[in-house]
Design a protein around this ligand. Structure first.
Ligand code: HEC
Length: 480
């Protein structure tokens, strides 16, 4: 099993300016990827690996890969993704490209085929002798504890993530211990992304720290932040947290609250290799707080106690053999979807792994597709209100999927055309509706023709890994 974990230094090197630059921002505060684009990521790979045969007047297989439109067409409609990953019939012919390069194409597709990538600032820092930042944590006995209370709720709103705008994102923050609030964030990726905020000691000082990361495209990452600033005026309160090793120069996040609105902003710097730039901005409105209230009652929140100790000093991450230890970030990569997240956490030397998080549950869902559902992307919704009825027809109003259901979604991973299993991690206990549909028309939302299953409820209990029997995705939706 250990064999499956690969060193992550490739990502750090990539960050230093090679053609792989964009694919995996290991330092990403929320997402691991930078937006993969044609100009920054895909074109250089195609140029190096494909154009000797797929350009010119007589391209092999009459396939030209010489422009954005052509490469996109072959990725979207042709066999490119299949052939670059097919060990028996590889493209290029003489053998598979490195995994990271192959993944770029899938990530590019998942990100809706961005053409022109952001201009990438040149690396600005060199590290002959990196010194950890001097971080002065706020003493939570005096200031800042109310951050945890303010976070609670199911937040909905638009997000900018790595230069792209998403109209609809959601965070679900609830207490999981007397001084610990955790939120799942799901950006329609195949990841399980989270942030959690808790009271702990940092360098001997009681303060608030954040733990942020997830498992995305086989890469496990967790980063740790420390609360260093609170600013209050009559209208809003702003909290700032910085990377627990490199400080604000490496990564930071700010959370600004004004009534029932929050703005959550994250800045990253590719592990400190360049000036930090805007990575993510989420503008949420608190949609529903009764779940957070229930959770608070269940775990005795809020109480200013320390129930989540962090090691002092932090463990040395595994990636520092080849790069200075700039960030309180822990990384591990797996080739196999079957590596359990606990084992990845251990391989990364993450000081706090999922199995050490209080009160949360996991849910593994095997999926069986009808013949018609095969080869299509699957959308998985975990929601508080049902999305389909007992026959498996989408609930609708005025010819659209019912808003009440969609607004109650807390997590919405997508699975590619062949995947047949998904594990939701870091789930809050409670009852949910699980809806899986094969997105036959590929529009990303429930529509006529998509294939699903009768309404299904699941109950998540604390500190349990639930495993469902296979869900059969076989009911064709006739109308909306
Ligand atoms: C050394 C020459 C060579 C290189 C390099 C090469 N190909 Fe090919 N490619 C071929 C030949 C020959 C065929 C037709 C035979 C076959 O399908 O195996 C082909 C076929 C294909 C097909 C199937 C097209 C169809 O409609 O049947 C795809 C897709 C493809 N290549 C993609 C790529 C990509 C992407 C790269 C770079 C990552 C690449 N190829 C690099 C020679 C090459």
């Amino acid at each position: 099993m250990k064999r499956g974990f690969r060193p992550l230094i490739a990502y750090l090197c990539a960050a230093a300016g090679s053609t792989l630059h964009g694919q995996t921002d290991s330092a990403g505060a929320i997402d691991l990827r930078d937006a993969v684009s044609y100009t920054n990521d895909i074109r250089p790979v195609v140029k190096n690996f494909c154009l000797t045969c797929h350009a010119g007047a007589e391209p092999e297989a009459e396939l030209l890969l010489t422009s954005y439109a052509l490469v996109r067409e072959e990725t979207e409609l042709g066999e490119l993704l299949q052939r670059i990953n097919d060990a028996h019939e590889p493209m290029p012919e003489d053998g598979l490209m490195p995994l990271q390069m192959r993944r770029l194409f899938q990530q590019w597709a998942d990100g809706d085929f961005v053409n022109i990538g952001a201009e990438r600032p040149a690396p600005v820092r060199e590290y002959d002798n990196f010194e950890p930042a001097e971080i002065v944590p706020l003493n939570v006995n005096q200031e800042g504890f109310d951050l945890l209370e303010k976070l609670q709720g199911h937040w909905i709103g638009p997000m900018r993530l790595m230069g792209r705008r998403y109209d609809w994102m959601t965070f679900d923050y609830r207490a999981i211990a007397p001084s610990h609030v955790h939120g799942i964030f799901e950006g329609g990726t195949i990841g399980n992304l989270f942030t959690s905020f808790f009271v702990t000691d940092f360098q001997g000082q009681p303060t608030i720290m954040a733990r942020n990361g997830g498992l995305l495209n086989g890469i496990y990452r967790t980063s740790y932040f420390v609360l260093t600033r609170v600013k209050r005026d009559w209208r809003k309160t702003t909290y700032e947290l910085v990377d627990a090793r490199g400080g604000k120069d490496v990564m930071s996040m700010t959370l600004e609250f004004a009534g029932d609105r929050m703005t959550f902003t994250a800045y990253t710097s590719r592990m400190g290799l360049r000036e930090p730039t805007l990575h993510m901005r989420f503008e949420g409105t608190r949609n529903r707080s009764e779940l957070a209230e229930q959770a608070a009652n269940a775990v005795g929140f809020p109480r200013l106690v320390q129930d989540f100790p962090m090691p002092d000093p932090f463990p040395v991450p595994t990636w520092i053999e080849e790069f200075p230890w700039t960030s309180a970030t822990y990384l591990a990569e797996s080739d196999s979807v079957d590596d359990p997240i606990e084992a990845l956490g251990e391989a990364a030397k993450d000081p706090r792994r999922i199995d050490q998080m209080p009160y949360l549950g996991q849910l593994t869902v095997p999926i069986r597709r009808s013949v018609d559902a095969q080869g299509h992307e699957l959308q998985l919704y975990l929601s508080l209100k049902p999305i389909v009825d007992h026959r498996g027809q989408f609930l609708s109003e005025y010819g659209y999927p019912k808003e009440e259901g969609l607004d109650s979604i807390v997590s919405f991973p997508r699975l590619h055309g062949k995947a047949d299993k998904f594990t939701f991690t870091y789930l809050h206990p409670g009852r949910y509706f699980l809806t899986i549909f094969a997105d036959v028309d590929g529009d990303g939302i429930p529509s006529a023709g998509d294939i699903t299953h009768p309404a299904m409820e699941v109950e998540i209990t604390p500190e349990t890994h639930h495993r469902l029997p296979a869900v059969s995705v076989a009911v064709i939706n006739w109308e909306l």
